[in-house]
Design a protein around this ligand. Structure first.
Ligand code: G1P
Ligand code: ZN
Length: 553
């Protein structure tokens, strides 16, 4: 239905249309947004429905300012044009858009906070593969710079099931290649270079002069941007500003299908980088980020740092970083993350929190100045400089520690183990399980938790077993996430179902063995018996038919 047109020349007439649409029942939001198969998201009216539902659920966007961009994956360019036209039709005042439609998740949080914007949209399915047969997603951040609460996402989902129409301008696509301001109807569109703001923020946090000197003295690194959004940020920061040798940044052009890569920075999907780091021509440091730039992986020469250890090591070395040298409030980790950082928090006598999986649970703790650093086992580390995890921030933190101490990645990590002991830790993912089977498995383990205490599995005696329940000290909300089984010797198993998958269910089993003396063993071997215990307790083979995990990280 044509509503009205502006008094303009015929050739660039803008028409506000109200288009009737059928509701969608599969737009339930996961962690911070929707994540779907690209083909689902590319259905007619799918993105339109979601965006209008979001705008409706938050009480409209009239007069508001939003930040918009994506990680460059397939459908980024189409969805972004739809969103711009829907925003203008809903009387948004201003949209700040990343040049060419690109913005990383951490950069978006920065731009949002810096401009006191009302919300942000990042078009990304994070570390999931892209392309026509991959995944697409939309992440929504509130004016806090972080992901919205479950109540808001529930309200958005409820709206997607009842929505009957959406508003959109019928107008040619907007040119997002040029920096500057343009208008669509009454809405201002400001195309910005998000890299510039991001570099300025990093310069304020870290000792760039010391890192520059490190490179001048011959230090070498490789950063794998995995054909995703961080390429331009990494080129600018590591090569141009800090003087890392040309060629230090690999796969730096964002591609719609990430060049066929699965942009998840771990030992499996970042294999070319891992192979290089374990070869005889390995540089001093290796790092990778995921699709939207919030995850990171750190490697030294023939050496891998687990994300759980990385969080603990960064926390232990906070004083080398100019922005934190006067002290940090505290640290938080997801329950599934290893307990390594808990020992650092104790030694430093700072606040320590365990939260459910998902970055949004850290935000209240950061807002209320309870914590400065946060981390998850899934290659996510960050601080209160923004409200998302930040991949390049973590790499710069490591570079800054190396520059300040003159020690290698391996030396820093091994010294840490000598000081605090070592948490041998791995995550086992059982993928593509029938959701009914997975739900039943979890329910059955939960119901027998109290009966496990005192029993022994593969040599491990259970000391405590409980569902993890988090009571947020700020808003009083309570969240249940995962089941924890603790053993007499300090080892742990955490079971939980993934909340980010796009097909079937993924059972994640997190295993940890704490050692104070044997610091030089292979994690897989160290966790062999605990793996058996985990399989037995949850009857994984009997219920799923799987004798081993599909992915171990
Ligand atoms: C996964 C990770 C979790 C992270 C989330 C978003 O969620 O495990 O730590 O916050 O992706 O990047 P999951 O699939 O386990 O629910
Ligand atoms: Zn991500």
């Amino acid at each position: 239905m044509l509503l009205y047109n502006f008094n303009r020349d015929e050739k660039d007439m803008i028409m506000l249309k109200i288009i009737s649409t059928t509701p969608y029942t599969d737009q339930k939001m996961g962690t911070g947004g929707i994540r779907k198969k690209s083909k689902t998201a590319a259905q007619p009216n799918y993105v339109e429905n979601f965006i209008q539902s979001l705008f409706d659920a938050i009480g409209g966007v009239k007069g508001q300012t939003f930040v918009l961009g994506g990680d460059g994956r397939y459908y980024n360019n189409i969805a972004i044009q739809k969103i711009i036209k829907i925003a203008a039709a809903n009387d948004m005042k201003k949209l700040i858009v990343g040049q060419n439609g690109y913005i990383s998740t951490p950069a978006s949080s920065n731009v949002l906070l810096k401009n006191h914007a009302d919300g942000g949209l990042v078009l990304s399915a994070s570390h999931n593969p892209g392309g026509e047969n991959g995944d697409f997603g939309i992440k929504y951040a509130t004016k806090t710079g972080g992901q919205c609460s479950s109540q808001i996402s529930d309200a958005i989902y409820a709206r997607t099931k009842e929505i009957k129409e959406y508003k959109i301008f019928d107008t040619p696509d907007i040119d997002l290649s040029k920096i500057g301001v343009q208008k669509l109807g009454e809405m201002e569109i400001e195309v910005i270079d998000p890299v510039k703001d991001y570099v300025a923020m990093m310069e304020k946090i870290f000792d760039f002069a010391a890192i520059k000197k490190l490179f001048q003295n011959g230090f070498t690194m490789v950063f794998d941007a995995m054909n995703a959004v961080t390429g331009p940020y990494a080129l600018k920061i590591f090569e141009e500003v800090l003087g890392a040798p040309k060629g230090s940044v690999l796969n730096y052009t964002p591609k719609p299908d990430f060049g066929g890569l699965h942009p998840d920075p771990n030992l499996i999907y970042a294999k070319p980088l891992v192979d290089l780091m374990y070869s005889d021509h390995a540089p001093d440091l290796g790092a990778a980020n995921d699709g939207d730039g919030d995850r990171n992986m750190i490697l030294g020469r023939k050496f891998f740092v687990t994300p759980s250890d990385s969080l603990a090591i960064l926390t232990d070395n906070y004083k080398y970083i100019p922005a934190y040298k006067n002290g940090i409030y505290g640290v938080a980790k997801s329950a599934a993350t290893s307990t390594a950082v808990s020992r650092v928090a104790k030694a430093l006598n700072i606040g320590y929190y365990e939260v459910p999986t998902g970055w949004k649970y850290f935000c209240n703790l950061m807002d209320s100045k309870r914590v400065t650093f946060c981390g998850e086992e899934s290659f996510g580390t960050g601080s209160s400089h923004i409200r998302e995890k930040d991949g390049i921030w973590a790499v710069l933190f490591w570079l800054n520690i190396i520059a300040a101490t003159g020690k290698s990645v391996q030396e820093i990590t091994e010294e840490f183990w000598h000081k605090y002991g070592r948490s041998y830790y791995l995550r086992f993912d059982f993928e593509g399980i029938d959701t009914t089977v997975a739900d039943k498995l979890m329910a059955d383990v939960e119901s027998k938790l109290s009966h496990l205490v005192g029993k022994t599995f593969a040599g491990y005696e259970v000391s405590k077993a409980y569902p993890f329940i988090y009571n947020d000290p700020v808003d009083g909300s309570s969240t249940k996430n995962g089941l924890i089984v603790c053993f007499k010797d300090g080892s742990r198993i955490v079971y939980r179902l993934s909340g980010t998958g796009t097909s079937g269910a993924t059972l994640r089993v997190y295993l940890e063995v704490y050692e104070q003396k044997r610091l030089d063993e292979q994690p897989l071997a160290m966790l062999e018996n605990l793996t058996k215990a985990a399989m037995e307790i949850a009857e994984i083979q009997e219920r799923t038919g799987k004798t081993k995990a599909d992915i171990i990280t």
